[in-house]
Structure formats: structure tokens, C-alpha cells
Write a protein that binds this ligand. Structure first.
Ligand code: SAH
Ligand code: SF4
Length: 430
């Protein structure tokens, strides 16, 4: 059931004058280098490109004529030439009683994608041994970036640009925002629909409509940052590429988004996790990434062996479990980093005690530093699986833990707002 009364429409959330016509000349999604090239081509000094990048990605300004660091005449010229920032915007918002917010985010061409904000995470992103990262400074901007990007609230022009937010910094409201944001997780989509056809997943029913661009993926994050007044460098937000779509079948879009979020927004790739159904060429490309731009990796295992996996994830016939594991072993892990194995529990299909024992053996034999995130299947219309019994979920977790594999149960989030992968778009748009 929808949390009625919590739904807001586009006109309430998007500032007027930002009516989302298809943006032919869209600044959002271009990195500082591309923006610099644009400025130089326009006969402007190169540093104007960096100013534009700061305005769009750090100050999160949505309208060109509000970029106070650019001369008025230049702003006017950009607008007259048909340029828009065209950042993706929250079109509809659904709020669950557990605090989870799910959004339909409208892209510049009118298409919507799903994203989720979980104020306290989902229980799956912590406790994985990589938590030693929590000791990291909250400051994600590297010193060499300091002089260029002002992501930090202490020195950020954000306060000058957004006086209403500056006020909040002084008052108690900010600690509330800080409290709310400090352990939160954002989940974004990488494609509209998905071509992979996992039998339990509602997104699969949409088929693949299209890939999202780097800007369209990163824009989901910034739209949610804006809504929750997230302060990069102060609030600790985890990001998971686990919404609609298979990120490794849109590798360029996915990695382009990571680069924008790391280089321009100032996020750390160590707080990002990308999940794949096991697309081996994608895992191989991922293994070759520089750690500066490499998120953590999650594999949707979902079965203890090939015969069950073949049935529920036909992709396994192309890349069976051992082939996926061999590719994963090529990823050079950071100290204390683990590979996450996601496991959707389907009642009577893959949730039996012998399945847990087989998963434990499989992961031990793999030699990989692994942790398992268990999630009870979230039902969707027209999909004939059963949600597992709570006792079966706990028994599965305990069996893995007893076998020395760290295992966590991801909290079911926002069930009443259609929180399963792909459910919101299907439910709202038919
Ligand atoms: N395509 C990627 C990432 C998006 S799906 C992947 O498959 O890994 C993100 C996670 O949601 C996957 O682990 C998938 O197995 C899980 N999932 C899909 N449908 C689900 C459902 N109905 N209930 C619970 N988890 C689901
Ligand atoms: Fe695609 Fe992931 Fe859903 Fe499988 S689980 S259909 S890969 S989105």
C-alpha cells in the first residue's frame, strides 16, 4: 500500500522554471575536463570550466543563472545558447514508516528511474570487516583536491550560495540532518529495466528499455543529496548500485558515474558497492580499474550450486559459478576488503539447511574473503516464489556464521512502498 499523503508531485519538488524539456545541451554529466573544453571553445578562460563543475557538483546549483561565480553575461550567454544544467530531479517520493524513501527520478528526457534512501542503511553494508573504514576521516576529499574542489562544509561556498542551508548549520536542525544522514545508504539504478531475466525479479519483467548515462546515474545521487541536505565530507553516506538494471551490462555508464562522483562530487569509492548478477566481461573490466575509482564488489549468488542457479538466474548458463569466481579472484582487494555475496532467499527453493551448508563450502573453497548478505525475497505481482519463513532465514545465517562466513540479514525495507527492485516503477506506471 502506498503511504498516501506522503506522495509529492513533480511540481511540488522541482523549482518552477525547470519544466524538464528534453535537454539538448545538458551540462550535468560533463566532468571538469569537458566543461573546461566547453569554456575554452566559447573563448572563456579555462578556469571557468572548474567553476562550472564546482557549481554543478559541489554547490549543487540547478539553474545556470544562479551560478554566482560566473559573470552575469556568461550565464546569460549559456542560457541564450540553449544550455541547461538539467540535473535529474525527484518526480515522486514515497515514504515508508521505517524512514525509507523511494523515488521516481525524472531524467532530462522525461524517463523515470528508481532510487532509494535508507536512513539507517539496510543492515547489509556494515559489519563486513571493511568497517575498519569507519575509522576513516569523514573527509573524503583528498588534500590535492582541496584547493580545487570545495566539498567541505567548513570552507565550502555552499554556505554563501544557499543562505537557507547556512542557517541550518548554526541551529540544531543540522545535527538532526547529520544524525539522519550519517549512516544512510542510497541505492541507484543503472539501467531502465534489465535484460538479465532473473526469475524472481520484477525489473526483469520490464525488459531492457535503455542504459542510463553516467550523468543520469550520478544525478540520482545528487537529487537525493539535495533533498536530505547531505554535506559531502561531513555526512557518511554509502552508495549502492543495486537499483534497476545490471551495472556491468552498462559498464561505461556505471564507471562514468563513479568517476563523476569521486572526482567532481568528492565521494569515496570505498563507500560504494556495485552489485552484479555475474557478468564476467564486466567483472574483468572492473578488476582492471584503478583503486581510485573502484567501488567494492557484490555478486548476486542466490544459489548454492549451478543447477539451482541455472533455474532462477538463466545468466548462469552462460557464466556458471566457477567462471564467475575465477573472474572475481582477479580483483585486487584493499586491506580488509571483502567480496559481498548477495543471497535472495526463496522459500523452499534455496533456503534449506543443506543449501546453507553448500554455500558455506562453496565460499570457503573459493578462498575469497567473503561475506554474505541474506535478503528474504520481496514478493512481486505475478512472480511465483514464496517468502522464506523467518526461522529459515535465521537458521541460514547461523549456519554460515558457524562455518566461519560472516553473514548478515538485510532488513526488508519499505515493503509497503513497493521497495523490491523494480516494483515502484511497475506499480506506479503500470
Ligand atoms: N542487477 C544487479 C543489481 C541490481 S539487483 C544484480 O542482480 O546484482 C540488486 C539485488 O536485488 C540483487 O542481489 C538481486 O538478487 C536482488 N533482488 C532482485 N529482486 C528481488 C526481490 N524480489 N526480493 C529481494 N531481492 C531481490
Ligand atoms: Fe537484472 Fe539484477 Fe533483476 Fe537479475 S536481479 S533481473 S540482474 S536487476
Amino acid at each position: 500500500m502506498l503511504a498516501s499523503g506522503m506522495k509529492e508531485t513533480l511540481s511540488q519538488l522541482v523549482p518552477t522554471g525547470n519544466g524538464r524539456p528534453p535537454a539538448r545541451k545538458q551540462l550535468f554529466g560533463l566532468d571538469a575536463e569537458a566543461l573546461t573544453a566547453l569554456m575554452v571553445e566559447a573563448g572563456e578562460p579555462a578556469f571557468r570550466g572548474r567553476q562550472l563543475a564546482e557549481a554543478i557538483y559541489c554547490q549543487r546549483i540547478a539553474e545556470i543563472d544562479e551560478i554566482s561565480t560566473l559573470p552575469k553575461a556568461l550565464r546569460q550567454r549559456l542560457v541564450d545558447d540553449g544550455w541547461q544544467i538539467a540535473r535529474p530531479a525527484i518526480a515522486q517520493r514515497f515514504q515508508s514508516i521505517d524512514g525509507t524513501e523511494r523515488y521516481l527520478i525524472q531524467q532530462a528526457d522525461g524517463l523515470t528511474t528508481e532510487a532509494v534512501w535508507m536512513p539507517e542503511g539496510d543492515g547489509g553494508e556494515s559489519g563486513d570487516g571493511s568497517n575498519a573504514e569507519s575509522a576513516d576521516s569523514l573527509d573524503d576529499c583528498s588534500p590535492e583536491r582541496e584547493s580545487i574542489i570545495d566539498c567541505h562544509p567548513e570552507r565550502a561556498p555552499i554556505i554563501d550560495c544557499h543562505p537557507e542551508r547556512a542557517k541550518r548549520v548554526e541551529g540544531p536542525a543540522v545535527s538532526k540532518v547529520y544524525d539522519e544522514a550519517r549512516r544512510s545508504t542510497i541505492c541507484v539504478s543503472s539501467q531502465v529495466g534489465c535484460a538479465v531475466n532473473c526469475q524472481f525479479c520484477l525489473t526483469a519483467r520490464l525488459g531492457l528499455q535503455r542504459n542510463l548515462t553516467a550523468g543520469e546515474i550520478a544525478g540520482q545521487v545528487l537529487a537525493i543529496f539535495e533533498r536530505h541536505a547531505v554535506e559531502v565530507g561531513r555526512n557518511r553516506v554509502n552508495l549502492v548500485f543495486m537499483g534497476m538494471g545490471e551495472p556491468f551490462l552498462n559498464y561505461d555508464g556505471f564507471i562514468g558515474a563513479v568517476r563523476l562522483l569521486v572526482s567532481e562530487v568528492g565521494l569515496s569509492p570505498r563507500r560504494m558497492t556495485v552489485s552484479t548478477s555475474g557478468i564476467v566481461p564486466g567483472i574483468e573490466r572492473f578488476a582492471a580499474e584503478d583503486t581510485e575509482f573502484r567501488p567494492k564488489l557484490a555478486i548476486s549468488l542466490n544459489a548454492p550450486n549451478d543447477s539451482i542457479r541455472d533455474q532462477i538466474m538463466p545468466v548462469n548458463r552462460k557464466w556458471p559459478i566457477t567462471v564467475v569466481m575465477d573472474a572475481v579472484r582477479r580483483v585486487q582487494l584493499r586491506p580488509r576488503e571483502r567480496i559481498t555475496f548477495e543471497y535472495v532467499l526463496l522459500g523452499g527453493v534455496n533456503d534449506r539447511p543443506q543449501d546453507a551448508a553448500e554455500v558455506a563450502r562453496l565460499l570457503r573453497r573459493s578462498g575469497l574473503p567473503a561475506k554474505v548478505n541474506l535478503i528474504a525475497w520481496n514478493p512481486g505481482p505475478g512472480i511465483n516464489y514464496a517468502t522464506p519463513q523467518p526461522e529459515a532465514v535465521e537458521a541460514f545465517r547461523r549456519a554460515l556464521a558457524d562455518a566461519g562466513i560472516p553473514a548478515y540479514v538485510r532488513k526488508p525495507r519499505g515493503r509497503e512502498i513497493y521497495a523490491a527492485c523494480g516494483q515502484l516503477k511497475r506499480t506506479v506506471e503500470g
